[in-house]
Design a protein around this ligand. Structure first.
Ligand code: GDP
Ligand code: ZN
Length: 371
């Protein structure tokens, strides 16, 4: 296929040595590596290496696949082992990171929305008043995925005063420990080179886009790819809002290196079970909590609570503490709800089995009269 010295054609799609190692056993079976760029019901589009060209997009079936991950269904960003003759994905390589929406507390019931993103870009619009609580929520999701969050403050051209802008950046930084905050404007190009360099650069990374509707994700994706990929349909722009037509790909290589994942599944996500992510989004609170008198302190009314003390002193903002509590409660509710769903399902299965058992018993006994 390719000579050892030639760069692998899938490099611009994020292929690297570790994925190559994971793929080696499938290579021996004559399968090809490919990355999922779009998922539809029962099939997906994969960029892979074919005889016809170094990189080609093929549609493959997603029948039963093998995967070490609890959720085997291929999703955007996955590396798969493709059987080109049968046009089917046979296996999903182990995921480095993943957005998993849990359906129940059983991880295997989850839904993977995107995989293998190194960075998570959280688009937050500067056109509206900064909603720090929402930033914290997205940060929890981003950390939970395993990717490195970057808060991208979009539409920076709407904040022309540099002092005001730097205050907004600082406010955001305070609620985003461990994450970078980058003001950008797709309209003027401000900060766009820095963002492109963050995704591209040495070797290139995979970045996924998160954020509320209207945050400027499509505009950002278009500016980064240098093409009108996430088309805003001007012909149907009768209400002045514009409409997004169907995108062709949810994963795109960028001209400056790196890959962008912008999939409808990630758009407008809420919170799902993200207790690990919550802890990472609130490392400051977690660090304070180590000095609480009681190890199981809930930081509400307990004596000797270091978190409440910090809130009283003003070193921890009350808003942040309240949002921490709120997200924790929300998370518990989601977990309880999914457990309830799981229990209902178990009960249903059990009833079906019982009915089937009764049926089998009767069959085995045979018609009583006949003996
Ligand atoms: P999405 O819903 O997150 O994909 O957001 P869009 O990309 O559709 O953008 C929402 C609105 O914000 C559109 O009207 C855009 O024209 C506008 N917008 C996006 N980026 C910028 C920017 O950099 N500056 C300004 N002033 N407006 C922007
Ligand atoms: Zn406490």
């Amino acid at each position: 296929m390719t000579t050892p010295s030639a760069p692998h054609p899938l490099l611009r799609y994020g292929w690297d040595g570790a994925f190559a190692t994971a793929f080696a056993p499938y290579e021996a079976e004559g399968l090809r590596p490919g990355r999922v760029v779009r998922v539809d019901r029962g099939s997906c589009e994969v960029v892979t290496v074919t005889e016809a060209g170094p990189v080609a997009a093929v549609r493959v079936g997603t029948g039963p696949v093998t995967s070490p991950d609890p959720v085997p269904n291929p999703c955007t960003g996955d590396w798969v082992a493709v059987d080109l003759e049968q046009r089917v994905a046979r296996a999903v390589l182990p995921r480095r990171t993943a957005f998993v929406r849990a359906v129940s507390s059983q991880r295997s019931d989850g839904q993977v929305l995107a995989a293998n993103m190194d960075q998570v870009l959280i688009a937050v619009s500067l056109a509206d008043e900064l909603d720090l609580g929402r930033v914290e929520r997205f940060l929890s999701l981003a950390w939970e995925s395993g990717g490195q969050p970057v808060v991208v403050l979009t539409k920076a051209d709407l904040v022309p005063d540099p002092t005001t802008l730097s205050y907004l950046v600082e406010d955001t930084e305070r609620v985003a420990p461990g994450a970078r905050v980058l003001p950008v404007s797709a309209a003027t190009g401000q900060g766009m080179d820095a963002l492109a360099a963050l995704i591209g650069g040495e070797g290139g990374t995979t970045a996924a886009l998160l954020g509320q509707s209207g945050a400027g994700k499509s505009t950002l994706a278009n500016a980064l790819t240098g093409a009108d990929v996430q088309r805003v349909d001007a012909t149907r722009d009768s209400d002045g809002k514009g409409r997004h037509t169907t995108t062709t790909r949810d994963l795109l290589p960028l001209p400056g290196g790196g890959v962008l994942i912008d999939t409808p599944g990630l758009r407008g996500v809420g919170l799902w079970e993200a207790d690990g992510g919550l802890a990472q989004a609130f490392t400051d609170v977690e660090a304070l909590a180590r000095d609480c008198r009681f190890p199981d302190c809930a930081h509400v009314t307990e004596p000797g609570c270091a978190v409440l003390a910090a809130a009283e002193e003003g070193t921890l903002s009350l808003r942040r503490l309240e949002n921490y509590h709120k997200l924790l409660r929300e998370n518990e509710r989601i977990a309880a709800r999914s457990d309830a769903r799981l229990n209902a399902e178990l009960l249903r299965n059990w009833k079906q089995k019982k009915a089937l058992g009764r049926h089998m018993m009767e069959r085995k006994r045979g018609p009583r009269e006949g003996g």
